[in-house]
Design a protein around this ligand. Structure first.
Ligand code: IMP
Length: 426
């Protein structure tokens, strides 16, 4: 039996949440395995809009189990706030249907403070949620993990180790030093609310697997924000590709990988973006696609579909099937463009080279296809699709080498066109 990993194939915001929610109707559990509350998943159910940052998308489906794996950077205050907000809307969340790994490193006020100190010089355009500094502390072996909250003596020692490091940095900036009591108070202020959710996730998942339960791994961000494979240094601080599902959950399994791609490309924050359109096309994609970041409310940069990126993302994650989202946003264009390769001086690339200086200079080579100029918003049937739209989809399939199984035509849960049956996933 194989489980399903869902990953973004661009720079995040591909619409993964809706697809996880769609597939979750047939699964038993959904696991987050990386990132933190820098993610933003919007799901529309019966005209109610839910914006999730940290909680797996299965929380909206009664009877499903949501899990947060060890690979997630956990802001305990953000998690409890999100839980309480959903509970106030009548969503049932309790320690039987939400479980959080005891090994998650915690995002604390020191992390947000550090990010604020460094961001000016880094110019990455982060979400300012303390994600990077928390992962730095995890790798530096000084993070406070959820399990540390069990013992106040241990916690005391862990805070000391953490502050030894952070206060040296703060000194360098001439900032006030942080005292141990403040951090202890901060942690104890949330401990009793968060500890009931603390579980041994790898073991629970292992039991689920033995029982034949279907698990979905829910990726956050996107392939080109991956710390190793993305447009470094303009990336997030975790691995976002499918292999991370195993490390960030502790469940070794043989998975199907479903990649989510927008029918055009967007990016929030700074960094290379070969097909970006700083013109009427970009403005039009921004307006029609309502491309405002869910987390930081920043304008997303917009551009044409980049088949080079998607082909690379498909290879990096072993994607077997693609879901194309927001195709309706291209409805009224006379022509639509797909980037098929890059040029840089006399060189041509059929992949994204690693060097930032080259990435910045890449010139996309486009193929131009006729538009369909037909309203596809909310469309659910493939036989009603305009021939030019079908050709656009088929050309993408040819260029990226894997089939497109689903097309999403609105934020609503039911607005999906099934091109290829996904029964093989279950
Ligand atoms: P960080 O993850 O807050 O460290 O931000 C690093 C980069 O990743 C910035 O460019 C962010 O805009 C981007 N980023 C982080 N999370 C998301 C996401 O969920 N969607 C899109 N971009 C993201």
């Amino acid at each position: 039996m194989r489980n399903i990993v869902i990953v973004g194939l661009q720079w995040g915001d591909e619409g993964k949440g809706k697809i996880v929610d769609y597939l979750a109707s047939r699964a038993d559990a959904v696991v987050r395995f990386q990132g933190g509350n820098n993610a933003g998943h919007t799901i529309v159910v019966d005209d109610q809009i839910y914006k999730l940052n940290l909680l797996p998308s299965a929380v909206l489906r009664p009877g499903k189990v949501s899990l947060i794996g060890n690979g997630v950077a956990l802001d305990p205050y953000a998690l409890i706030k999100e839980i309480e907000l959903l509970q106030s809307k009548g969503i049932e969340i309790n320690p039987d249907n939400l479980m959080v790994s005891e090994s998650c490193p915690l995002i604390l006020s020191v992390h947000k403070a550090k990010e604020a100190l460094f961001e000016d010089s880094d110019k990455i355009g982060t979400t300012n949620k303390g994600i990077g500094p928390c992962y730095e502390d995890k790798v530096g072996r000084r993070a406070i993990r959820l399990c540390d909250l069990e013992s106040q003596d241990l916690l005391d020692q862990r805070i000391e180790v953490l502050l030894n490091y952070h206060n040296i940095i703060r000194q360098g900036f001439g900032s006030d030093l942080i005292n141990k009591e403040d951090i202890m108070r901060e942690i104890l202020g949330i401990a009793s609310k968060i500890l009931p959710y603390k579980k041994c996730i790898w073991n629970i998942l292992s039991n689920f697997k033995a029982e034949g339960r279907e698990i979905i791994f829910e990726g956050a961000q996107g392939t080109f924000l991956d710390i190793d494979h993305g447009t470094y240094p303009f990336v997030t601080s975790s691995n976002t590709i499918a292999a991370q599902a195993i490390l960030g959950s502790g469940l070794f399994s043989n998975n199907h990988v479903v990649g989510i791609a927008k029918a055009y490309t967007t990016r929030v924050g700074n960094g290379p973006f070969p097909t970006e359109q700083k013109n009427d096309v970009g403005n039009s994609l921004f307006t029609r696609g309502k491309e405002l970041g869910t987390v930081s409310n920043r304008k997303r940069r917009c551009g044409w579909f980049d088949a080079v990126l998607i082909r690379q993302a498909v290879k990096l994650s072993g994607v077997s099937s693609i879901v194309l989202t927001k195709l309706d946003i291209l409805d009224s264009f006379n022509t639509v463009k797909i980037c098929i390769k890059y040029k840089c001086g006399n060189d041509e690339f059929d992949y994204l080279p690693a060097l930032y200086e080259v990435q910045e200079k890449l010139e996309p080579v486009y193929e131009e296809l006729p538009g369909w100029q037909q309203n596809t918003y909310g469309q659910r049937f493939s036989h009603k699709l305009h021939i030019n739209l079908v050709k656009y989809v088929e050309r993408i399939e040819e260029l990226v080498g894997v089939p497109i199984s689903l097309i999403s035509t609105s934020p609503n849960r039911e607005d999906i066109i099934v091109l290829k049956d996904l029964n093989f996933l279950f």
